[in-house]
Design a protein around this ligand. Structure first.
Ligand SMILES: CC(C)(COP(=O)(O)OP(=O)(O)OC[C@H]1O[C@@H](n2cnc3c(N)ncnc32)[C@H](O)[C@@H]1OP(=O)(O)O)[C@@H](O)C(=O)NCCC(=O)NCCS
Length: 188
């Protein structure tokens, strides 16, 4: 069962993120630096209580998959500055991995975005091959892989126009990059 996460899920989510960051799936600083670890906890608390990320001025919401009343997987969705949605963090308790939990919760979430044609983005660290393969299987495409090896993927991303507008031809502007920056407002 997929449900909204609440403050009682904080320690479960925090623990899974720390395990994941140890393996290179999330920011390694969460494990290496006590301050980063505390900030993560505060950030999660803010997301769970107020649907607000503290590391960026963005709305975020968290979901939990339960088994026998116990949380076994989580997903955090965040808005981006260009009003797309990012699958910001996701994790399944190692004991329950490989049982289709992430696949099924992604299906539920993506169905919602499919109907209103919203753009959904995700970033994967190089260690997160399972997640990368899963996202591609669900219809995401890799837009870019940065120097750090982090890949940016998108679902429902507008295809670049086959006939670039004259202004874009004129300025040799890459439509895809333009759209990307428009959604993210980041230097990737
Ligand atoms: C990525 C992750 C969330 C997937 O969760 P999950 O509930 O195990 O995923 P599923 O059971 O739905 O499996 C999805 C696919 O991955 C495959 N898979 C799952 N675990 C795997 C493993 N350890 N090795 C290889 N493939 C694996 C499954 O076979 C399935 O593939 P298929 O659809 O072709 O059969 C989980 O591995 C995880 O928590 N990883 C650590 C954190 C992480 O990487 N988060 C993503 C960063 S945002």
């Amino acid at each position: 069962m997929l449900r909204n996460a609440g403050i009682s899920d904080l320690s479960f989510m925090h623990k899974l993120i720390l395990i994941g960051s140890q393996k290179g799936h999330f920011n390694p600083e969460f494990n290496l630096n006590q301050l980063a670890n505390e900030s993560l906890k505060k950030n999660l608390r803010s997301i769970l209580n107020d649907q607000k990320r503290l590391d960026a001025d963005l709305k975020a919401s968290a979901f939990i998959t339960e088994h026998n009343g116990k949380p076994i997987a989580f997903m955090i969705l965040s808005k981006t500055q260009g009003n797309a949605t990012e699958i910001w963090m996701m994790g399944t308790d190692p004991q329950y991995q490989g049982k289709g939990i992430a696949s099924s919760s992604l299906d539920k979430i993506l169905n919602k975005f499919k109907t209103n044609n919203s753009v959904v983005l995700a970033k994967c660290h190089p260690a997160s091959e399972v997640m990368l393969r899963l996202l591609i299987k669900k219809g995401f495409e890799i837009l870019k892989t940065g120097e750090s090896g982090i890949s940016l993927l998108a679902y429902n991303f507008p295809s670049p126009s086959k006939k670039p507008r004259s202004w874009s031809r004129l300025f040799k502007f890459r439509i895809r990059d333009f759209m990307l920056n428009n959604y993210l407002f980041i230097h990737y």
